[in-house]
Ligand binder design. Structure first.
Ligand SMILES: [Zn+2]
Length: 375
């Protein structure tokens, strides 16, 4: 798909808007924001949370899609996404935005001076104009840098990038930005548009801190030094249990391939070669890789009803952490079979599995399918 500037921006914005209208914000009674030992506020469980439970659906207070970042003066700048988001926040400043910002570190603690030497002076001037006296430009820039969350609709796709790749960007989330990072997170987050979903990956007793990962799941299988490199980009020093641990091996529960395996994978041209390579890697891991999932999905898509059988086998071998991405992929896949009863039954069954009985209706899935179909 060729990019053609502003019209992409309009299209992405209207899609984001429509996705938001499908998913109302939701916060489970099993979670709350509270003081954390490590870094100011954090998110905690108030009740036992079971693995796979959806605990939060959050809409950003402000978000910048990547298509808009690409058109902005910050595109080539170090940390450009944060700067662009800061600029958008300052020109959309309102009491509700301010209320959310005041919960974020370092604005909340109003601690030490934050440097703005590497920030374009025009932005600093603009921030001075728009911000209240007790929020300095440096504090806002730091708060956005430390607390913004990227959203990527289908981040892991290796074969299916014709769709939805524009639905990515950065936002500040009223609840989602409260999660602290761990290299062994107990919460998985994923997005459709800029609506971000948070789901438990482990059973979690009451009173525990809930952690997401600020870096991609593929990086969590890497050594501490590589993880640090990516976390440093966010100006973040990790002191999670895994980083303190001497035994720093890969996590068997992770569903991702490592960097080197990915790099090699990208060099392989034919889809069959890639699937074979991944299957070979998998023999030394006891987890299902999302890459395999996507590749097999692509094979399935190309092979008619045999494909449906491959798909069903994949679904049954995942570990119960099916997410929205899986369902949208499945819908795009099923489109190839045209409209018939099987498709409808399959959709409803997938919807029930992924979203639960109340959200997984055929109408709901059809609307999601329509608004996320960019072809
Ligand atoms: Zn860590």
């Amino acid at each position: 798909m060729e990019s053609d500037g502003p019209s992409d921006s309009l299209r992405v914005r209207s899609t984001l808007q429509r996705v938001r209208s499908l998913f109302a914000p939701y916060m489970s009674e099993s979670i709350k924001v509270s003081e954390s030992d490590s870094s100011g506020l954090g998110m905690f469980s108030t009740k036992y949370i079971t693995r796979g439970e959806l605990i939060l659906i959050d809409h950003p207070i402000v978000s910048v899609p990547d298509v808009d970042l690409a058109l902005s003066p910050y595109n080539e700048h170090d940390g450009g996404d944060s700067l662009c988001l800061t600029d958008v926040i300052s020109s959309n400043f309102s009491p509700s935005v301010e209320k959310c910002l005041r919960t974020l570190y370092p604005i909340r603690s109003n601690c030490s001076l934050v440097k703005t030497s590497s920030v374009p002076p025009e932005l600093v001037d603009r921030l001075r104009c728009h911000l209240p006296d007790n929020i300095s430009p440096g504090h806002l820039i730091a708060a956005v840098q430390l607390n913004s969350l990227g959203y990527y609709t289908f981040p892991e796709l290796v074969t299916y990038d014709d769709h939805l790749r524009f639905l990515s960007g950065t936002g500040i989330y009223p609840q989602g930005s409260m999660f602290n990072h761990s290299c062994h997170p107990n919460i998985n987050h994923y997005a459709v548009g800029d609506v971000t979903f948070f789901r438990a990956t482990h059973d979690i007793p009451a009173g525990e801190e809930l952690f997401i990962s600020y870096i991609g799941r593929d990086l969590l299988v890497e050594s501490k030094s590589i993880r640090d490199e990516f976390l440093n980009a966010r100006d973040f020093k990790c002191a999670c249990s895994k980083c303190k641990d001497v035994d720093d091996g890969p996590d068997p529960w992770l569903e991702e391939l490592g960097i080197q395996e990915r790099a090699k994978l990208r060099l392989l041209k034919s889809r069959e070669e890639r699937v074979l390579y991944i299957e070979q890697i998998l023999k030394s891991h006891d987890y299902i890789s999302r890459d395999v999932f996507e590749l097999k999905f692509a094979m399935a898509r190309d092979s008619g009803l045999t494909g449906l059988a491959i798909w069903n086998e994949l679904i049954s071998s995942t570990n119960g952490c099916l997410d929205m991405q899986s369902i949208v992929l499945r819908m795009h896949f099923l489109r190839n079979f045209g409209q018939n009863d099987t498709v409808e039954a399959e959709l409803v069954e997938t919807g029930r599995l992924v979203l639960g009985d109340d959200m997984g209706s055929f109408d709901f899935l059809q609307s999601l399918f329509r608004i996320t179909d960019f072809k």
